[in-house]
Write a protein that binds this ligand. Sequence first.
Ligand SMILES: Cc1cc2nc3c(=O)[nH]c(=O)nc-3n(C[C@H](O)[C@H](O)[C@H](O)COP(=O)(O)OP(=O)(O)OC[C@H]3O[C@@H](n4cnc5c(N)ncnc54)[C@H](O)[C@@H]3O)c2cc1C
Length: 586
Amino acid sequence: MALNKRRFDALIIGAGGAGLNAAIQLAHSEARVAVVSKVFPTRSHTVAAQGGVNAALANVLPDSWHWHMFDTVKGSDYLGDQDAIEFMCREAIPTVYELEHNGVPFSRLDDGKIYQRAFGGQSQDFGGAQAARTCAAADRTGHAILHALYQQNVRARTHFFDEYFAIDLIRDDEGAILGALVLEIETGEPLLIEAKATVLATGGCGQVYRTTSNAHINTGDGNAMALRAGVPLMDMEFFQFHPTGIAGKGMLITEGVRGEGGYLINKDGERFMERYAPNAKDLASRDVVSRAIVTEVKEGRGVGPDADHVLLKVDHLGEEIVSKRLPGIRESGRIFAGVDAAQEPLPVFPTAHYVMGGIPTDPYGRVIVPQGTGEEVVPGLYAAGECACVSVHGANRLGGNSLLDILVFGRAAGLDVIENLTANKHHRPMNQTSVDAAMARLTRWDQTGHGISVNALRNEFRKTMEDHAGVFRTEEIMQEGVERLKALRAQLPEVRLTDHSKIFNTARVEALELENLVDTGVAIACSALRRQESRGAHSRPDHPQRDDVNWLKHSLYYREGDRMEYKPVRTKPLTVETFPPKERVY
Ligand SMILES: Cc1cc2nc3c(=O)[nH]c(=O)nc-3n(C[C@H](O)[C@H](O)[C@H](O)COP(=O)(O)OP(=O)(O)OC[C@H]3O[C@@H](n4cnc5c(N)ncnc54)[C@H](O)[C@@H]3O)c2cc1C
C-alpha cells in the first residue's frame, strides 16, 4: 500500500510552549505550518509548570535584565553560554508582555501589575538581596500559557496533527533534514510529512528515571531522533533533581512554595538549609538544596518510618495564602501524600525533573554540529525547548528559566525558519532509503511472540538510571551503571509485543518510546562517567571540586560508538562584560 504523504513549509514536532511559540510566528507569516503532537496539544507537559516564568519587570522589588543574567550565569555554574544568556534575559521582558497580550491571565498585584514571586538563585544587584522575578498565574502558570498559545494558533490556522507520533527524521545523503515519518496513533497508519524546515520541540526526558516529576510522555523522543540522525547531544550529564518532589512518588511541589515563605525541616524540626546556604537558605539553587536533603537523610536526620525524606512546612502561611497562591499544591498534597498543606507539612525528597543538556543549537534554534575546527548548521533542522541545549542553563537551571527558554527560543526558531523559507523556496528531493529505514523502525514491532516485555526492560532501565546516575555519582557507581545500561540496550532486539489482535496501537508507541528512552539514558550515563569534576547538578564525591582548567567545556555525546567530544563554552556576552567563573556560594 502506498504511503500517505503531506507537504508543509515547516513541520514542528511538539506542541508544548516551545513548539506553539515557534508555530505562531510561522502561522502569522502565512507559511504552511504543521504541528505534530503525540498527545492533544494542551496536554503537553508545559501544562504542568507551576511556579512561573522569569522576567526582570521589577514589579515587586527593584530588578534588571543584567542582574537576571548574572544569576543565570552563576546558577549555570559558569557552563552556560553568556551570549545566549544575555539574549534570553533581555528578551524576557517583551516575552512576558507578549504573553499578557495573548491572553495569559497572570496573577495581579493591588496596583494591577503582574504579580512576581521570589524563586531560588535570584538576587538584586549581582548577588545581593533576594529578588522577586517570577511572573505567576497562581501555581498554574504553564497551564495558562499553553492554553493561550494553543488558542492563538487555532485562530492563526496552524494545522495540527493531534495524537500523531513522530517515528524518525527523514534526511538526504548530505545530511539535510527533509521532514519526518509519523504514525497516526488511533489508526496505526504511517504518514510521511515533507517540510523545508523541521523543528524538534519534543520536551524533556525525565522518564529515564524511576522517580520523576515528568509525565509519561517525556521519553526523550526528539533527543533520540537527533542522535539517530548523527547529531550529538550536548551536556547530558547535567540532569536536575528538583529538591521537593512528593516523597516516594516524585510529583512536583513547586519552588514557588518556598518563594511564598515555605521552608524545609528535618526530623528534629531543624531548618537545616541555614547550615548549607546561610544567606539564601531554602531559596538556594536547586542542586544545592537537593544535595542538602540527600545528605540529611544519609546522615540519619530523615523523617518517616524509614527516615527517607524531609518535610516542607507550609501550614504557617495560613489558609488564605495557601488557597490563593498555592491551590494546585494543596490539591497535589491531598491526592498524592494524603496531606493538607494548609494544616501540616508535606513529605518531600528530590525527584528527577529537568534535563539541562540536549540537541545543540545556536540562539536562532538552528541545530549545530562540530565540523573540522568549527561548527556547521544541519540544513533544515531546528530544535527548541527542553529537548534543545542553547545553552542557557549550563550545569544547573534556575527555576522559572525554562518557561522563559522555551518561549524565547521557540519564537527565535520560528522567526529564523521564516527567514530561511524566503531563501529556500523548494522542497529538497525525498530520500527513499531514509524513508525505508524509518518504516523499518515501525514494522519491526509487527513481529509478535515470546521475548522480553517493554514493561520489564523499561522498569529495569529506569531503576538502573536512578541507582547509578542520581544526585551523587562516583566513578565506581557510574562505571557499573554504564555497563548495565549498555547490557540492557543490547537486549532491545529481544523485546516483543504480544498478540497484536489483542493490543492497542499505543503498545507500538510505548515500544518506540522505550528505544528513545534507552538511547537518551545511555547518553546521560556516558557523559556523566567522563566528567571528572563537580559542577552544578553533576556532583561527584570522588572529584568534589569544580575544575575550570580542565572541564570548563561542553560535552558532546555521539550514539555511534558512544563517543564523546568537547567544545568550548562561549564566555563572551553580546554587549556587556563577561562574568568570570567564581566560587558559587548562596
Ligand atoms: C511539574 C513541573 C513543573 C514545572 N514548573 C516550571 C515552572 O514553574 N517554571 C519553569 O520555568 N519551568 C517549569 N518546569 C519546566 C518546564 O515546564 C518545561 O521544561 C517546559 O514546559 C518544556 O516545554 P517544551 O515545549 O520544551 O516541551 P513540552 O511542553 O513537554 O512539550 C513536548 C511536546 O512534544 C510532543 N512530543 C514528544 N515526543 C513526540 C513524538 N515522538 N511525536 C510527536 N510529538 C511528540 C508532546 O506531545 C508535546 O506536545 C516544570 C516542569 C515540570 C515537570
